[in-house]
Design a protein around this ligand. Sequence first.
Ligand code: SAM
Length: 291
Amino acid sequence: MSNFIATPTRTKSILNKYRFAFKKSLGQNFLVDVNILENIIRHAGINKETGVIEIGPGIGALTEQLAIHANKVVAFEIDQRLFPILNDTLAGYDNVSLIHQDILKADVVQAIEEHFGSNHPIHVVANLPYYITTPILMKLVRDKLPVESITVMIQKEVADRMAAKPNTKNYGSLTIALQYYTTAEVVMTVPKTVFMPQPNVDSAILKLTMRETPPVGVDDEEFFFRIVKASFAQRRKTLLNNLKSFLQDAYDKELILDLLDKANIDGKRRGESLSMDEFARLANTFWRARN
Ligand code: SAM
């Protein structure tokens, strides 16, 4: 039997030793299955050359496996109570640096420069706190981190939305927001039984591979994302009706019809049927009519 942190017996004994009480408000569901961790690490493409940024090491279950497989690990943890525990559980590994910081407030680009220089391919790997999955991932992609990929355990429902294809119920503004910066793939679904305590929702491993350039050319990114959001505002409404409610101050109905025509997009369609290319064409046509 291995004595890895990610086993039910070892995890329980660490929790008992430190009388650690889980904070639900911090999304503390620790992994107690080494097989799942190995799957995360394999899909992330980690090897002895790679540097890893981890978010939320907890008591070190994933961090330990990363320390074994990667060159170096830098982990951000918000909960001060975990630091004495991590210093104990990870004492045998000299390639781990722990940072006590809220990941949403952290300057991750600077941390990468400080800890890795420009020598290594870097990946983000994490079992994310579920209460802030989307803000964390949006921050990481928008900050344009110098990383190759982001592989994370998250709620299955959110993973399915991020990796969705057009014309499916999961396809929406979150899909476009993520896939503008990355290619997204759900690599594995994961049962609740591998966590302690068990979460209420099913989980999945999502791999986001960073794109070097966005897949579509847009004149104004902010306007593009606003048009996308508006197109999905009421999923049952047609594109024309959603755009009318959103754009009514700046564009009258005739102009909207005219511009949809110019973009070669039928206003009777629903947002969920538009590809990213079509959203870009739509946004650029509307943007150019006013700028
Ligand atoms: N990596 C561990 C594992 O797999 O067993 C723990 C994962 S647990 C789902 C999420 C971890 O993220 C917890 O340790 C929690 O304290 C930490 N966390 C929650 N909010 C955070 C934040 N804003 N910044 C950094 N860490 C956070």
